[in-house]
Design a protein around this ligand. Structure first.
Ligand code: BT5
Length: 246
């Protein structure tokens, strides 16, 4: 697959930019969009992703995947989160995955994945955008602007990290995992994802799914990332998306 890089010193969002330029992308090309800052960095459900200049990774992979592919957008999201976890490990940072795809270090968020997918007009391909936000050199003071507990590689290791090196490592690892999935199938990657998320089993949680608030204990998390809760009234509920509060 050909790779085309787009780098911006400033962009609204590395996910929004490829969405606007979708028609310009070739079907056999992987576009990698990076930026020094995002002026409208987004989390899920249009939440703000804090994206100060020159201090963090803001990177999106954008590509077309044939609709008959066995790799779903959600599976790519699992690859993306594992990829970042592997790269963090090279810097001696042990990250946990919080459902569905947050990266935490001891309960504090260090990164997140925003996965978006649009069917092509002729319905033969899906345009997938995987946005990775990773806090790299953010200081304690800068992290104070984030409403929830957050951390950065700098806070965890005491060292500043080259953004360029880190970006190259993320791209390399992502390509490696994608190739592995093509060669060996999805099972081992999904199992690794499950292993990294299994710490959440039996936890009492609250999920907000499509506006509904559900309290219960996590009974199962499946390889396809669906999560089953045992609710307080004894019934069960399976969620495929939503916000989870521990
Ligand atoms: C996510 O959303 O965790 C997905 C974040 C994806 C960001 C990347 S950056 C490159 C690409 N371009 C974009 O525009 N987005 C992607 P969510 O699970 O909804 O979490 C959002 C919540 O995380 C916010 O409501 C804050 O509480 C918190 N937050 C915001 N900025 C943060 C940061 N820099 N570090 C840690 N937590 C943050």
């Amino acid at each position: 697959m050909r790779i085309t890089y787009y780098h911006f010193s400033s962009v609204d969002s590395t996910n929004s930019w490829p969405k606007r330029h979708k028609v310009d992308f070739a079907k056999d090309t992987l576009a990698i969009i990076t930026a020094d800052e995002q002026t409208q960095g987004r989390g899920r459900h249009l939440r703000v992703w804090h994206s100060p200049k020159g201090t963090n990774i803001y990177l999106s992979f954008a590509f077309f995947e044939n609709t008959i592919s066995t790799f779903s957008p959600l599976f790519f999201s699992q690859i993306a989160v594992l990829c970042v976890a592997h790269v963090l490990k090279k810097y001696s940072i042990e990250a946990q995955i919080k459902w569905p795809n947050d990266l935490l270090v001891e309960g504090k968020k260090i990164g997140g994945i925003l996965t978006e997918a649009e069917k092509d007009t002729d319905d033969t391909a899906t345009f997938i955008i995987l946005g990775i936000g990773l806090n790299v050199n953010m200081t304690k003071d800068e992290l104070k602007n984030i409403p929830k507990a957050a951390t950065s590689m700098f806070i965890e290791t005491g060292n500043t990290t080259s953004l360029k090196t880190l970006q190259d490592e993320i791209v390399k690892e992502f390509m490696l995992l994608w190739e592995k999935a093509k060669q060996e199938g999805v099972t081992s990657l999904k199992n690794e994802w499950l292993k990294k998320i299994n710490w959440m089993l039996s936890r009492d949680i609250l999920i907000v799914d499509h506006g509904k608030e559900l309290k219960g204990k996590i009974m199962r998390i499946e390889p396809d990332a669906s999560l089953t809760l045992l609710l307080e009234d004894g019934t069960s509920y399976t969620a495929r998306s939503g916000d989870l509060f521990l």
